[in-house]
Ligand binder design. Structure first.
Ligand code: 5GP
Length: 194
C-alpha cells in the first residue's frame, strides 16, 4: 500500500459504494505535510514535461495543486465555480455536471492567466465521471494552451473518468486508484509509489 492508500484506509469513510469521504486531510481539514507529499508525488511524475502552469478547480483541488506548483515552480490557477465580483476580465467558461451534488456549475478562469504558449498540468482531488477534468480541459483548450496531462489525488477506477480522459488521448496520473469500496473495506489497483 502506498502512503495515500494507507491514509485512505485509516481515515476515509465509505459513505456508499460510490462515495468516499476524506474530510480529515483533503476535503475539509487539510494535513499540510501530507498534502506536500501528494504535491511532490504529482510533480515528480510530470517533472520532465516542461509544465508552465497548473490549472485546478476550487476548492479541494487547490491544496494539492499549490504543493505541486511549489515543486515545479510554476503558478497555480484555480477555476471558479461561482461568478466573482472581482473576476471582471475576459473569461473562458465551461460547464461541469456534478454527480455528487446533482447540479450543473459554470466554471471560469480569466483569459489573461492561461495562454497559447502554456503547457498545462491539470490537478484535481477526485476523478470519478471525469466531468470536472473535462471541463477544465475545455477551458485550457479554449485558451489554445497544451494539456500535458492530469494529476489526480484519488481516482475511483470503477467509474468512467479515466477511460474518458484516455480516450481523448490524455495522460492520467493518480496517486491512489480505488478499485472497489464498500463498508467492509477498500481495494486499490496496485501502484509503484510507496
Ligand atoms: P467527476 O467530475 O470526475 O465526476 O467528479 C470529480 C469531482 O467530484 C471532484 O472534484 C470531487 O470534488 C467530487 N467527487 C467525486 N466523487 C467523490 C467522492 O467519492 N468523494 C468526494 N469527497 N468527492 C467526490
Amino acid at each position: 500500500m502506498n502512503f495515500l492508500e494507507k491514509k485512505i484506509c485509516d481515515e476515509g469513510v465509505v459513505l456508499s459504494s460510490t462515495v468516499l469521504k476524506v474530510d480529515s486531510f483533503l476535503n475539509h481539514q487539510i494535513d499540510p505535510e501530507f498534502m506536500q507529499q501528494i504535491g511532490r508525488e504529482i510533480a515528480n511524475r510530470f517533472q520532465s514535461e516542461g509544465i508552465t502552469k497548473i490549472v485546478t478547480i476550487e476548492s479541494s483541488g487547490i491544496a494539492p495543486a499549490v504543493f505541486a506548483g511549489l515543486e515545479l515552480k510554476v503558478p497555480v490557477l484555480f477555476a471558479r465555480k461561482k461568478k466573482s465580483l472581482t473576476l471582471t476580465e475576459d473569461l473562458l467558461t465551461s460547464t461541469v455536471y456534478s454527480f455528487t451534488k446533482q447540479e450543473k456549475n459554470g466554471i471560469s478562469v480569466s483569459k489573461k492567466f492561461v495562454q497559447s504558449g502554456d503547457n498545462v498540468l491539470i490537478i484535481d482531488d477526485f476523478l470519478a465521471h471525469g466531468e470536472a477534468a473535462l471541463g477544465l480541459a475545455d477551458l485550457v483548450t479554449k485558451a489554445d494552451a497544451h494539456i500535458a496531462g492530469f494529476g489526480i489525488v484519488i481516482e475511483k477506477s470503477f467509474q468512467v473518468g479515466r477511460r474518458k480522459l484516455e480516450e481523448e488521448g490524455y495522460r492520467v496520473e493518480s496517486i491512489a486508484r480505488v478499485k472497489e469500496m464498500s463498508t467492509n473495506g477498500i481495494s486499490f489497483i496496485q501502484s509503484e509509489v510507496m
